[in-house]
Design a protein. Structure first.
Length: 123
């Protein structure tokens, strides 16, 4: 988990006030390499903000997956994986990430319960 920008700035200010990197790292509970990285980042960019995440989809585009599930509601994850050129686990994660649920056909559901329904037997 990344540290807050306020903490990063405080650590850099502490270091610049004459303390060593080792002292700064110990006081702020981070590694020495982290302090060095923050110093470099501030020198290069002028701030200590995180870079925005740039997420792209390599194989499973969300809209294409939604369209495929809508057009092929009975397709298995294995069939989807073959269609998208990936593994079952990637399909499973993509379905979960995109909040796509797939209900089973009612004809495949069990009709009864394994537990007795209040009926007692006399032996």
């Amino acid at each position: 988990m990344s540290k807050s920008v306020d903490l990063r700035e405080a650590a850099i200010a502490y270091h610049e006030s004459g303390h060593t990197i080792a002292e700064t790292a110990e006081i702020f509970g981070v590694g020495k390499s982290t302090i060095s990285e923050w110093k470099r980042k501030k020198k290069e960019t002028g701030n200590l903000n995180d870079k925005p995440l740039n997420r792209t989809y390599k194989k499973i585009e969300p809209e294409r997956l939604k369209r495929y599930v809508k057009e092929h509601p009975e397709a298995t994850q294995q069939e989807m994986a073959e269609e998208f050129g990936c593994c079952n686990q990637a399909i499973s994660k993509a379905l979960k990430r995109n909040k796509i649920t797939r209900k089973k056909d009612d004809s495949l559901q069990r009709t009864g319960s394994r537990k007795s329904k209040g009926v007692s037997r006399k032996d």
